[in-house]
Design a protein around this ligand. Structure first.
Ligand SMILES: [Zn+2]
Length: 343
């Protein structure tokens, strides 16, 4: 059974997951799955684990889905696993409690995220929103990650297009850092850090890529990776699961704009799309930990193309090296011609 082990020196948690090694292999250059062998296409719904959630064009037609969600067959974490911190000798562990869901996000196996149309992007974000909302109701869950790994360099291991949702029984260190930085800024300035970033980006303009009614797409001032872009709601919003249906459409539109440009500029790059949203508010061992969370946390979507492995300096220092200034690639992406129409 999987378990979390506390890495005391780095103060982080590692999931020891022996069952992940038993997953079917998918190596670079493997052919796309033949339709007959692919359990994730229209008409094969009975071959997957039980459906938890779906977005369908016609609710009465099973095989009209745009997305389907079910438990991962090789889960990192399970809701049935024990949720208790225990000692093992000198060290601390937590049983592999949590949830790990698979979001089949396109009926066609090999569609690259950069070529999703707005309908599919909207269905993907709607699935993230509704599953996060549902999982948040379980008081044992402390934080929920929704993400997509596109391509081998981004960590993808299953050939059919899919995204994932992982719910954790604690707030992981990367999210704690965002909470702490946002809270510090709020305590000093009584303002949200990301709202201030948006204001600064709009004044400067050099890193802005696209804007619609609800969202600003820009290259962050200090991107960790070349061509990293963020999609950020223009009005302050802390929890992605509260997104309106109207804004979902605008998020799909903004995503289609930037993904189309990345496809053109970088020839369908491997990439990660991650949602960075506030955890559900719960009692927390640290006093006032969540006080004003909804005022200081501002969610965003990060899209990060992946070109190569990271080096030892980055691993040991936690600092990133980026050879391309964001102002340069923002200019390059803005000046690209519109990508060809889909269809
Ligand atoms: Zn804000």
């Amino acid at each position: 059974m999987n378990e979390f082990r506390h890495q005391m020196l780095y103060d982080t948690w590692v999931i020891i997951a022996p069952n992940r090694a038993k997953r079917p292999a998918f190596s670079p250059g493997s052919p796309p799955p033949a339709a007959i062998n692919d359990p994730f296409i229209h008409g094969q719904e009975q071959r997957t684990p039980p459906e938890i959630y779906a977005v369908r064009e016609n609710p009465r037609i099973t095989a009209s889905w745009l997305t389907r969600v079910f438990a991962n067959r090789f889960p990192l974490l399970k809701l049935e696993a024990p949720l208790k911190r225990a000692k093992r000798g000198f060290y601390s562990i937590i049983g592999g409690f949590g949830a790990h869901e698979m979001v089949i996000d396109h009926p066609k196996a090999t569609t690259h995220l950069c070529h999703f149309d707005q309908k599919n992007l909207r269905a993907l974000y709607q699935s993230f929103r509704d599953r996060i909302e549902a999982l948040s109701k379980d008081g044992r869950i402390a934080h929920i990650h929704a993400f997509k790994n596109q391509g081998m360099k981004a960590g993808n291991t299953i050939p059919h297009s899919h995204s994932q949702i992982v719910a954790l029984p604690f707030i992981p260190p990367a999210t704690e850092r965002i909470i702490d930085a946002s809270r510090r800024h709020y305590n000093h300035h009584e303002r949200c850090l990301v709202c201030d970033m948006l204001e600064s980006e709009e004044a400067d303009q050099s890193r802005i890529l696209y804007r619609n009614r609800h969202f600003l797409v820009f290259a962050p001032f200090a991107p960790r990776f070349e061509f990293e872009v963020w999609i950020v709601p223009l009005s302050h919003e802390s929890h992605f699961e509260q997104l309106s249906s109207d804004a979902l459409g605008d998020l799909a539109e903004a995503s289609e704009w930037i993904l189309g440009r990345l496809a053109l500029a970088l020839e369908d790059p491997d990439l990660n799309l991650t949602l960075v949203s506030a955890p559900p508010k719960r009692p927390h061992p640290k006093p006032n930990y969540f006080h004003h969370l909804e005022h200081f946390f501002h969610w965003h979507v990060a899209i990060v193309p992946r070109f190569e492995a990271r080096d030892g300096f980055e691993l040991s220092s936690g600092c990133y090296i980026n050879p391309t200034p964001p102002e340069e690639y923002a200019h390059f992406l803005r000046e690209l011609p519109a990508p060809p129409e889909k269809g």
